[in-house]
Design a protein around this ligand. Structure first.
Ligand code: SAM
Length: 283
């Protein structure tokens, strides 16, 4: 007997992984949560049937979400993560000794509980003394923040369901307000390849461009996300993602990474022409 997890990437395209066994299945107030184990990708987390992370390729996503902004602003001390209940972004951030405080705002307590139990590879650093977890809607949390954070990482689900509010103009405007005068926001920015994803990506980009003076998009290859070609947003009040890259300083920290390096940092902002055109259409 064969057991497969399948996710529709478009109405006529399916992505499937053969599953060894299902480790967890539950329904929270917000979403259905599943953890599977597989030969090729190891354990993986899905929410409402959508892939969130696999043990095999999560390093790409989390390294690119954290080290890109930290290499531009290596003295960031206070960081806000919105979403990210799997703990992967925290794991990368706590490696920086200068980071003094991390607020994680995750809407769904059950995601954290389940990841702690079944995904120790990512959910390994919640106990770091610099981390405070707030089980709240990020859209509401950010409304009361002003001039507080050096870095905001929006590690959200897709722009529907509980994550919808994290792609709104109101949210990005409040992120701007919550950042210090040299603050940076990075966000998972969907993909440009399939039409529906591209429309969502353009919508988010337009709103970020309207909210921040500096707004660039960068890319990574994430095999288990739709099309495998994934985009991230870099929005900032002061720092340019390439001109202000502190490559010497970052390399002197001696971090061992599997995907990120400072040459790739520069290259990640060089986008294919069709993506540049989609972005320019809404800038
Ligand atoms: N790497 C993933 C991806 O892009 O597919 C994101 C993973 S992380 C598990 C996303 C988290 O965002 C989920 O745990 C979800 O519960 C949380 N989330 C969704 N909407 C949220 C909201 N409005 N406020 C805070 N957290 C939210």
């Amino acid at each position: 007997m064969e057991l497969w997890f399948s996710e529709k990437h478009t109405p006529s395209v399916k992505f499937s992984i053969q599953v060894d066994r299902q480790l967890y299945c539950g329904q929270s107030e917000f979403q259905r949560i599943d953890i599977f184990d597989s030969k090729e990708f190891g354990r993986f987390l899905t929410l409402d049937g959508f892939m969130m992370l696999t043990e095999k390729d999560e390093f790409i996503y989390h390294e690119m979400m954290v080290h890109i902004p930290m290499a531009v602003h290596p003295t960031a001390k206070k960081v806000l993560i919105i979403g990210g209940g799997d703990g992967g972004a925290i794991r990368e951030l706590v490696r920086y000794p200068l980071v003094e405080h991390i607020d994680l705002v995750e809407i769904d307590e059950l995601v954290v509980e389940v990841c702690k139990k079944h995904l120790p590879q990512t959910a390994c650093c919640f106990n770091d003394e610099r981390v405070t977890i707030h089980f709240q809607d990020g859209l509401k949390f950010i409304r009361r923040c002003e001039n507080e954070y050096d870095l905001i990482i929006v590690d959200s689900t897709d722009p529907f369901g509980p994550g919808e509010g994290l792609f709104t103009k109101e949210f990005y405007g409040n992120c701007y307000k919550a950042l210090k005068e040299d603050g940076i926001m990075v966000n998972q920015h969907e993909s440009a390849f399939y039409l529906d994803d591209a429309v969502a990506m353009q919508r988010a980009h337009k709103r970020i461009v309207e909210s921040f003076p500096i707004s660039r998009v960068y890319q990574a290859h994430i095999p288990t996300y739709p099309s495998g070609h994934w985009l991230f947003g870099f929005a900032s009040k002061k720092y340019h993602p390439i001109e202000d890259l502190k490559a010497v300083k970052w390399n002197a920290m001696g971090f061992k990474t599997r995907y990120y390096n400072t040459q790739l940092h520069v290259g990640a902002f060089a986008l294919p022409n069709y993506v540049e055109e989609l972005l320019k259409d809404v800038e």
